[in-house]
Design a protein around this ligand. Sequence first.
Ligand code: CAA
Length: 389
Amino acid sequence: MPHNVIFSDLALELRDKAREIAEKHVRPNAAKFDKAQEYNHEAMQAVAEAGLLKTWIPKEYGGVGAGVLALAMVTEELARADSGFGVAFAVNALGSFPIVLGGTEEQKSKWLPLVAEGKKLCAFCLSEKGAGSDAGGLAVRAEQEGGKDGDWIIRGEKKWTTNGGVADIYTVFCVTDPTSKSRRISAILVEKGTDGFTIGKVEDKMGIRTVPVVETHFDGVRVPHANLLGGRAGMGFKHAMMTLDHARPGVAAQGVGAAQGSLELATVYANKRIQFGKPISSFQMVQEMLANMAMKTQAARWLVYSCAAAVDAGEQNITKNAAIAKCFATDAAMEVATDAVQIFGGYGFMEDYPIAKCFRDAKILQIYEGTNQVQRLVIARNLIKESEQ
Ligand code: CAA
């Protein structure tokens, strides 16, 4: 079937722009920035100028409203060149989806056009030292001063804030009612530069070294009531879960891009590497590995696209399929990267070739935005719930 039967012209245009930027600005710098653990500001500037940060932002707020499928396609292209850059891009969606999905009209009009223009990059502050998989077990506290429209004062520390330091808007999940079970948490928007808000430890990571992951510290950070997401306290856990449902196809797409990148490197290498007088690609055991890698990558890609298309079509119950896509595609990425290293043999274990980076980068995909154990738990819970209906 021709591609434009499935994808909108806009989605294909955005994907092509992403591919061009990935080849021109991302791939050539990936090894250097990985070693130095540096962020590629120039490539993100190119992404903003090409309008790629408008992808998931609705038209009425300065975006192009191309949806989650286009977001997945763009992310895939960027991650194919460098997984770290893929996530640096995708976290802008993760950090701004709470506004898209749960913000007041005023919040959407104020912040989303700035995100779409690339004037404000985003981060998502959910995880803490003691709250990773247990997203409801947060300790960061926000208290309101001076009545129902008063400011909120935030105290505590967040962990694993991706894009921390480069981002301008931080969606911070805080405990606002410790006595409540189901309305304990609220999301509050905090701007870079607000008094008392600082970046703590910058993590020294195994992979995705081209995107910063940091601790964020909130030492009596005062923000106006207007920054309380949705204007109503107690909605934070729901906002977090709804956001993750929409963002997980994007992480899954990072997995597809990472798998595709590893597959391409392994295929080119297998064609060049001569052993026993022949390219190793002529040996059936290597061919079997390449074929399996291609099948996993392709299966993951279409799973992700179908899940993302269902979100765009307005399907209501997206939780299970988003978890299936995230889990399958990121497991595929790790498996494909592992086999790719195997095809490179001893050279694959060395940092002289780009495949070692692909392998290091792939691991986090099975851990962040919900471990793949949490995804399986979500899938199983939903299956059981459906069987009871
Ligand atoms: N959409 C809307 N509401 C939802 C929901 C969803 N998908 N899932 C749950 N809820 C609601 C429930 O209906 C329930 O509401 P009520 O109290 O009104 O009944 C409430 O939320 C609590 O739900 P659960 O009882 O299912 O919650 P739980 O404590 O058992 O946790 C969990 C469920 C799935 C394990 C969840 O904690 C989770 O997803 N954990 C993983 C967290 C995660 O993904 N962290 C990643 C951080 S971001 C990151 O990594 C980004 C990065 O840097 C790149």
